[in-house]
Design a protein around this ligand. Sequence first.
Ligand SMILES: O=C(O)CCC(=O)C(=O)O
Ligand SMILES: [Fe+2]
Length: 147
Amino acid sequence: MNRYPPCPMPPAAAVFGLMPHTDSDFLTILYQDDQVGGLQLVKDGKCFAVKPNPQALIVNIGDLFQAWSNGVYKSVEHRVVTNPHVERFSTAYFFCPSYDTEIESRCEPSIYRKFSFKEYRQQVQEDVGKLGRKVGLSRFTVNAIYS
Ligand SMILES: O=C(O)CCC(=O)C(=O)O
Ligand SMILES: [Fe+2]
């Protein structure tokens, strides 16, 4: 369960409840408060609000799905902006494999090398600690410049 307290906005700016990111799992199932929006998708540098719908759950593709599908399905970048007046709640279920599961696409040519979910999570944690941000899947391409 995520809670976003109300945050007064500085003029002409949005306050991030959650910075732009992709999820490091396989799939995320999300329920956002049916009154208070705030979830936005980021596509081609533009942000699109996801309108709350009390009848619907949001299903986000995660990084592992992108690697497993060899980039056919994209892990969606998203963020949350806070509301200046009301608090917001959301509930996220992160569908993840066991740590030793190996992710590979079996497509030729494969964009990503084979990696375990444990390796991926550890790399994300290390990058956030050292660089202050997640590098994500680009570390795991066959021709990765990082690794
Ligand atoms: O609160 C939301 O709507 C999104 C939460 C989210 O993106 C996350 O927990 O990874
Ligand atoms: Fe997320």
